[in-house]
Design a protein around this ligand. Structure first.
Ligand code: MSP
Length: 651
């Protein structure tokens, strides 16, 4: 039977237009859906809009219109934005649709009849931004920490869902399914919450005297349903719960994607609701971090928003998809910066990939009149090595993406792309071409064409348009969904005439004064002599290095945000640090000398551009600097005082 994959995004509130945070989650879901389709899965992708509740009601009022009309307009803008961004969802659910309302009422009825809903009275602090009551622990100086609004105390009679009844069950469920919520830090967050407090029952209604814009409770028409209880149900209502064909097909394999802002409703409300309604649990809750702009969390209420439409108009869809998927380490926050977009486009897309494709196609056209040459087994031109490297990159890409680690996955593919560029330089087809009809030239070019084809297929879930352009130019009949066959390097049609795909990714000029965020790599890639350790230094005298060699090492001040021991290792601590560029994981061999709580909050020095290394299944993105006195084993971390912010560069 064909395997299946079902991916969801949060359904977005229609109180404001889409912003890049929404665009990221939706692009990630679209990528995952296309990736699984590429692997041969029957893949289904759901997104939509969340249209009920106080927040929308108030936004509509502020615009002098009805909630329905307001929701129609903004929901339409979301759909148009996704279409313009080339997002291929299978369904778009709106919570004001009849099909959704019917399922919410059906589930409420079931839970009510099971005795898990009761009538009572409640007082609490309600945040309209979060659309939920906050506990006093969650508030900061009487206000919501995310929205900065001072919260009012509201007391009224309402219906409650007996969430408390499921607290022990949920802890046991998460204990038995350690990746139910991933990455680990968010599972720990939910577990800590469950362990530290007694869950309160969830208030799931609003009296119509206060709010009319919602789904009427099936057992009391004076009340509407609380917006989170309504919204979460979209994930099953869109599939036609309880007996729809799609529900039966896709629900067992659901993968939810959300950001860290809505972990509590998805990690606590939703599983207990599913349990009470007798519905199978979701498979995974996949939680990503936040895109931060100018140090502040980007949000509608703070007003520091870049529109997705402006981004795609300026840079293009494929480019933006690549930037998002390459630049965010899943689970951690990332800094949003247009300078980094420009650098990713210039270095990764234009230099590495675009150049490779152009060189290979131009040379095939020049030396073989565009006809795909034969591979000559007697002159293999290192084919086995290429195939091995390709297969290894592909497998690592596949494994990383299955865990939502898109950044690591793409880096693995880029290792192969960079290797193909080196292969061109090492084999110098332009010299081989001087010997007419050389079998070696033929094999070299065929190897390259197969490599470019393989990469293009693997990248098609990311670079949707440009991959299709290359595959078309190579006249490839890649109808196969068996990507393992890419590793045969024998998929192109010999003698078929390729066409010129043109410039895939035009280089972008930096605006005057813009910093080059990858200065170091640039000097290497624009043809300066490679500076590897075995290269003699330009200075006389042993052991001396050139200033530019030092300049290749990116040392920055970073702040330690979290630190934890790694189970099974006596030496290692797992840290998250704010490097000023991003939030990243570092694995450091300092456990015997430093307790985690001793170093959290400290500013240290980080080598930020080390190749990632994997230790105890964690990928370390850099190294902390420490000094060891002669004859001592003990590393002393170099700490910097608070007057220098994270991100400050040493040099
Ligand atoms: N309507 C609720 C979700 C209900 S799901 C049953 C909601 N909507 S929202 O419009 O506020 O969207 C929140 C989601 O948008 C986040 O979980 C994340 O997917 C995305 N993002 C919003 N801001 C973001 C960033 N700055 N960075 C990354 N993602 C962000 O909550």
């Amino acid at each position: 039977m064909q395997e299946r994959f079902y991916v969801t995004t949060p359904i977005y509130y229609v109180n404001a237009e889409p912003h890049i945070g929404h665009a990221y989650t939706t692009i990630l879901a679209d990528f995952m859906s296309r990736f699984y389709a590429m692997l041969g899965y029957d893949s289904y992708f759901l997104t939509g809009t969340d249209e009920h509740g106080d927040k929308i009601y108030q936004a509509a009022k502020a615009h002098n219109t009805t909630p329905q009309k307001y929701a129609d307009r903004i929901s339409g803008i979301f759909r148009k934005t996704w279409t313009d961004m080339g997002i291929r969802y299978d369904d778009f659910i709106r919570t004001s649709e009849k099909r959704h309302i019917a399922v919410v009422q059906e589930i409420l009825k079931r839970v009510y009849e099971n005795g898990d809903i009761y009538f009572g009275s409640y007082g609490g602090f309600y945040c309209v931004g979060c659309e939920r009551f906050l506990t006093e622990k969650e508030m900061v100086n009487g206000a919501c920490p995310d929205h900065g609004i001072t919260l009012n105390y509201i007391e009224e009679k309402n219906y409650f869902f007996k969430m408390s009844r499921y607290q022990d069950w949920l802890m046991a469920h998460i204990g038995k399914n350690p990746d139910f919520i991933r990455p680990e830090r968010y599972r720990n967050e939910v577990m800590a919450l469950l362990k530290s407090e007694v869950l309160e029952d969830l208030c799931i209604s609003r009296p119509k005297s206060r709010l009319q814009w919602g789904i009427t409770l099936p057992f009391d028409e004076n009340y509407v349903t609380y917006v989170w209880f309504d919204a979460l149900i979209n994930y099953v209502s869109a599939l036609g719960y309880p007996d729809g064909e799609k529900f039966i097909k896709y629900w067992p394999v659901v993968e939810h994607i959300i950001a860290k802002d809505i972990v509590k409703p998805h990690g606590i409300f939703w599983p207990t609701m599913l349990k009470a309604a007798g519905i199978q649990q979701y498979r995974h809750l996949n939680v990503h971090g936040y895109w931060n702009m100018q140090e502040a969390k980007m949000s509608k209420s703070l007003g520091n928003v870049v529109t997705p439409q402006a981004l795609i108009d300026r840079y293009g869809n494929d480019q933006i998809r690549y930037f998002f998927l390459r630049e965010m380490n899943f689970g951690n926050d990332a800094k949003f910066s247009e300078e980094v977009i420009v650098d990713r486009i210039n270095y990764d897309l234009a230099n590495d990939l675009g150049n490779l494709v152009n060189r290979v196609c131009t040379m095939t056209i020049r030396y073989f009149d565009g006809r795909i040459p034969a591979f000559h087994p007697e002159e293999p031109a290192g084919r086995n090595d290429l195939v091995d490297r390709f297969t290894a990159s592909m497998e690592e890409y596949r494994a990383a993406v299955k865990n939502f680690q898109t950044s690591t996955g793409l880096e693995k593919l880029w290792e192969f792309i960079r290797h193909l560029n080196k292969y061109v330089d090492a084999n110098k087809p332009w010299q081989l071409a001087k010997e007419n009809g050389s079998a070696l030239l033929s094999s070299v070019m065929r190897n390259l064409l197969e490599g470019v084809h393989g990469i293009s297929v693997l990248l098609s879930p990311v670079l949707v348009q440009s991959s299709a352009t290359v595959i078309r130019a190579l006249k490839a009949q890649t109808t196969t969904r068996d990507i393992a066959s890419l590793g045969t390097f024998n998929l192109l049609a010999e003698g078929e005439k390729i066409s010129d795909p043109g410039i895939l990714f035009p280089r972008l000029e930096r605006r005057a004064g813009e910093a080059d965020t990858r200065q170091n790599e640039k000097s290497e890639k624009t043809g300066g002599a490679p500076m590897t350790p075995d290269q003699p230094s330009s200075q006389k005298g042993e052991g001396l290095i050139d200033i530019s060699e030092f300049g290749r090492i990116d040392i920055r001040v970073a702040k330690i945000l979290t630190a934890a021991r790694i189970e099974g290792s006596e030496k290692l601590l797992e840290l998250t640090v704010d490097s000023g560029l991003d939030e990243r994981t570092i694995v450091a061999g300092i456990a015997p000398w430093y307790a985690p709580e001793q170093i959290v909050g400290k500013n240290i020095l980080l080598v930020a551009n080390l190749k990632p290394a994997t230790l105890f299944k964690r990928t370390s993105h850099g190294m902390l600097l420490a000094a060891k006195a002669a004859g001592s084993e003990r590393p002393v971390l170099i700490m910097i005082d608070d007057s220098i912010p994270a991100g400050a560069k040493l040099g």
